[in-house]
Design a binder for this molecule. Sequence first.
Ligand code: FUB
Length: 338
Amino acid sequence: MPEQELTQDDLQQMKARAISQPLVSHIYTADPSAHVFNGRIYIYPSHDIEAGIAFNDNGDHFAMEDYRVLSMDAPGAETVDHGVALHVNDVPWAERQMWAPDAAFKDGKYYLYFPAKKADGIFQIGVAVGDDPAGPFVPEAAPIEGSYSIDPAVFEDGGEHYMYFGGIWGGQLQKYRDNVYGAGNEEPADDEPALQARVARLGGDMKQFAEAPRAVVILDENGKELLAGDHGRRYFEGPWMHKYQGKYYFSYSTGDTHYLCYATGDSPYGPFTYKGRILSPVIGWTTHHSICEVEGRWYLFYHDSSLSDGVTHLRSVKMTELHYDANGNILPISPYGD
Ligand code: FUB
């Protein structure tokens, strides 16, 4: 994940045109997963730090160590930082790189889901449990059995919870076929079907998969799977699911082409048909989001590296309203108003 090449001039002009500002500026935050719990907006972001690690395509410079929960009464209201909710030192199985988290609620308990690397350098996904949406959260002793890769996003539908996850390159998804790790596995050739995100229904205790993860298939307008070479549309990382007017909207980042895109379907498992772009590229290499309804209006939570003047691993969480047309298409957003 190399630095984005922008001149200082480009950067300052983009910052001046930005459609929204960082929700907090005393720390760097990224990968926002937003939910309304008890009538308040809670945001579960990564907490970016400068760890002095050189940039590489594995994303080793994203060396985050803890999670802090943000919240606000309403869009536009002051954002509260609730402090450290979970630290890597308190997670028995995790060694480093606390990447994009998400949270869910069930039966009076809040569950924080997070990816981290174990000592062997392999990512898995863990869960920590708390009594308050702002934490603190107590981690389980081991990662979720059968979990792998990064970027968990948990979606509730009809009383069931589904976890979407997976990211290629640094997120290691390309190493898995049929849920099995193979050190020699790499991305498919350009004319082969693209790698897909994964989805698994969670068990009743919210701490395990109730089934083996399945592939989240994205089809093109002709009903054919998106191809690995279709970098402008294929899945890369950062999955999210929301439901709008009875349809399931699966949204994600295209990674090296830096778009947030979406596809729709009739079931949380898909298949999904590619629909279009949600957000054009932001300042910084990564783009990552969530979509959340707040009192009948919809909001896109995203990040960029504007506050750090383009440092890719020092990002800031932002939000802006999201709109649909009469046919349920999401109206694309330009983060810098161009
Ligand atoms: O924050 C680290 C990684 O960058 C996330 O897991 C990806 O989605 C990307 O935003």
